[in-house]
Design a binder for this molecule. Sequence first.
Ligand code: FAD
Length: 288
Amino acid sequence: MKPSAFDYARPRSVAEAVEALGSTEASRVLAGGQSLIPAMNFRLAEMSLLVDICDVDGLDTVSCDAAGVRVGAAATQTRVLDDADAAQAVPGLRATLRHVGHLQIRNRGTVCGSLAHADPAAELPALALASDALIGISGPRGRREVPAADFVTGPFTTVVEDGELVTDALFRRPPSGAVTVVDEVCRRAGDFALAGLVAVVEAQDGAVRTARLVGFGLRGVPTRMRNAEDVLAGWAGDHSIEAITDAVAADTTEVFDDTHAPGWYRRDAVTALVVRTVRSVLESHEAP
Ligand SMILES: Cc1cc2nc3c(=O)[nH]c(=O)nc-3n(C[C@H](O)[C@H](O)[C@H](O)COP(=O)(O)OP(=O)(O)OC[C@H]3O[C@@H](n4cnc5c(N)ncnc54)[C@H](O)[C@@H]3O)c2cc1C
């Protein structure tokens, strides 16, 4: 199929982009187009004006400072994946982006576009939650910054309002010495996850000190797994894994149960990911 007819704007500044978005009710931001263009071709997405942000000054930047890595809304996933400074400051970015689609997708798709799209099975919104990211949004009333925990409100739904655009996301540095692990279960490499996990784990003296766990592909929004985090604090791999299984079950009471995978499978898969992750962190911590 072909998309419905639409007008196209290519602003050069954030102010121009906001003005264009506000000029009609049915406007939409175009970033990498890797999710939006297929949806338009299937006529699942229709708009009267497409506002392409790829030429907006200053939006294709990736910058590192003491707080973390700030990724502009036009920076592609490949650009961030290949940035050595970004990988050093927030290792989770590279670890996450390796799982996102394929090279061709990452060459066009943007990090902020993935956050704005808020696919429940996407890796980047989970990393944003795990790294306490701050998402910058500009609109007719100016700029605001929203913590990742408040950003995604449902499947494919965020706090971004009509007439606004995401301009950047700040992924914070993990605690010193923490290890970030991103792992997922999917049918084929590059597919969206049936169940996935972003874990930021601090270990000391052969035991977990703290763990921040975010599951994805499980339900409509990324899932902070606080029961499992509590059980893992102090875990040295010497107890039965039953406590972890029970905690993950408590964290995943609402899980997708659909044609892609039954709920019990997603729950078992993410439990296995948690156990595998914590074991691998403790093993690598023990290595001389
Ligand atoms: C074959 C295939 C496999 C894929 N596999 C994966 C995968 O494994 N994991 C994964 O996470 N993703 C995957 N993707 C999706 C990919 O990561 C997309 O690039 C991403 O979801 C959207 O980024 P984009 O820049 O292409 O956004 P677009 O497609 O341009 O936009 C997506 C949506 O977000 C909105 N939007 C985009 N940018 C902004 C902004 N700055 N402000 C406000 N709204 C905005 C658009 O209006 C639109 O509604 C895959 C895509 C394809 C085609």
